[in-house]
Design a protein around this ligand. Structure first.
Ligand code: BES
Ligand code: ZN
Ligand code: ZN
Length: 489
């Protein structure tokens, strides 16, 4: 899809179809040319409601107001309605900004790219997006004057961020037999080559050398050998350094603490954190952000077999701490423990984040659409949640506490891999990870549990059923924010 920003009024642009957004109760707006028809059809312009007037070559979509998140959803809705209509190859749309703020252009472009996504790798008939060209006029819904230079920067950013989100969706949606650790490493190498990133892959002998015994134990029963992937975006004179660690469980059967059948389906999505790291690194490099960003992925498959690690095992993580395994399905934290240690040893970062589909408890606690943000630094957690929301994702903070920390105590090792209470599982998992964060990084770290939004089996907002690419937009927005902050500090 090709975008063109133009000063021409929408009427002056030649395109196959016009997309028009309507605020509830604003049917008299000059952009609404079919008021009577719309009213006759019962169109109320509620958020995401669509009315396609084929005979007029216009599609109307309702929006709540001009906030970016509503515009993004509406443009996603518009394109998913029309993308399979072969006679429409080009569309035109006006600007919908909040008082001329060009972030609205970015949100709209993101919506178009995210809404055009479909995953049909395993379908015999492939769906093809017929829309090749999208014209965006700077003629604005609220008559604000739009700075075309800023607008075109935002357009470009929107395209990059949404395409990287779609890349992450593709990786997550790919089945465990087609996407295992070695394949993830190959994808990382390809992205590195295309986007000029540094790339280092650690194989089993390297992981042994690095003492990543917890990760190796989780990986042991799988015929697919584990990989730790390190990608780096290194601009000249970076404003600061950020590490992002991703849980890349290409399949989580639960191991010997086997998941019940109904819970195992969708566990190909347990690589969502790692897949997000791949998308983030691609975006950060294409956006040329003046920040050094390192991505670390623990790519592992958690399986059963004679060689499997067991409940009762005691593992020694890379930092020397011993872990009593009481449940092999709490494997993500074991993998992350070692990868977090490795990442902190590789560089002293100004900020360190991890993205993981870590707990079902997080989904129970905050629902399918929201990520849980944890850590030791309230300001940093708040910033992550705020930037996530600006980016179009949902996130909320969850607090650690001393009482839950006690529930991780082990009688025979330094710590247990599960808590002794059924409740507060998202927080206890986060507190487990905290044991593998060193003093330098304590206040610089945030853990983001994306188990809810990473993979949802129905469509929601600008997200299709299946993988959403959770984490990509959130982190890129956060990195942009941190680069502004570093500039002013
Ligand atoms: N990958 C799962 C968490 C998960 C659950 C992600 C649902 C996405 C959707 C994780 O490895 C896991 O199994 N966690 C256990 C932890 C428990 C054994 C303490 C869980 O959440 O039940
Ligand atoms: Zn598990
Ligand atoms: Zn898992």
């Amino acid at each position: 899809m090709n975008f063109e920003l133009t000063l021409a009024k929408v009427e002056e642009i030649k395109a196959d179809l016009e997309v028009i957004f309507v605020c509830e109760n604003d049917f008299s707006h000059r952009f609404v040319k079919d008021k009577e028809l719309l009213e006759k059809s019962g169109f109320k312009a509620s958020q995401d409601e669509v009315s396609l007037l084929i005979e007029k070559d216009r599609v109307y979509v309702g929006i709540k107001n001009l906030e970016g998140k509503h515009i993004r959803r509406a443009s996603a809705q518009a394109i998913s309605t029309i993308k399979n209509i072969k006679s429409y190859k080009s569309i035109k749309v006006a600007s919908y900004t909040n008082k001329g703020c060009t972030y609205g252009i970015r949100a709209m472009v993101e919506g178009f790219v995210l809404g055009s996504y479909s995953f049909d790798r395993y379908k015999s008939t492939k769906s093809k997006n017929s829309i090749k060209k999208i014209f965006i006029s700077t003629d604005d819904y609220s008559n604000a004057s739009i700075d075309i230079t800023n607008a075109s920067i935002q357009l470009h950013k929107g395209q990059i961020i949404a395409s990287s989100t779609n890349l992450t969706r593709d990786i997550v949606n790919t089945t465990p037999d087609d996407c295992y650790p070695k394949v993830m490493a190959k994808i990382a190498k390809d992205i590195a080559k295309e986007s000029n990133l540094e790339c280092n892959i650690l194989k089993v002998k390297d992981l042994k050398k690095e003492d990543m015994n917890a990760l190796l134990a989780v990986a042991r029963a799988s015929r697919h050998k584990p990989r730790v992937i390190h990608l780096a975006h290194k601009p000249k004179k970076p404003l600061c350094k950020i590490s992002i660690i991703g849980k890349g469980l290409t399949y989580d059967s639960g191991g010997l603490s086997l998941k019940p059948a109904d819970f195992m389906v969708t566990m190909k999505s347990d690589k969502s954190g790692g897949s997000a790291v791949l998308g983030i690194l691609q975006a950060v490099s294409q956006l040329n952000l003046p920040i050094e960003v390192h991505g670390f992925i623990g790519a592992v498959e958690n399986m059963i077999g004679g060689d499997a690690y067991k409940p009762d095992d005691v593992l020694k993580a890379k930092n020397g701490k011993t872990i009593e395994v009481r449940n092999t399905d709490a494997e993500g934290r074991l993998v992350l423990a070692d990868v977090l240690c490795y990442a902190q040893e590789q560089l002293k970062a100004d900020y360190i984040f991890d993205l993981a589909t870590l707990t079902g408890a997080c989904v129970v606690g905050v629902g399918h659409y929201t990520s849980g943000v944890m850590g030791n630094n309230q300001q940093l957690k708040d910033m992550v949640a705020r930037e996530a929301k600006f980016s179009g994702e949902l996130a909320t903070t969850l607090d650690f506490n001393d009482y839950l920390e006690k529930t991780l105590e082990s009688k025979i090792a330094d710590i247990s891999n599960i808590s002794n209470t059924r409740y507060g599982g998202a927080i206890t998992a986060g507190m487990f990870l905290n044991n593998f964060i060193d003093e330098h990084h304590k206040e610089r770290w945030a853990h983001i549990d994306i188990a809810g939004p990473a993979f949802v089996e129905h469509n929601w907002g600008e997200n299709p059923a299946g993988a959403s690419g959770a984490g990509v937009r959130m982190m890129v927005k956060l990195i942009e924010k941190l680069s502004l902050k570093a500039k002013h500090d």
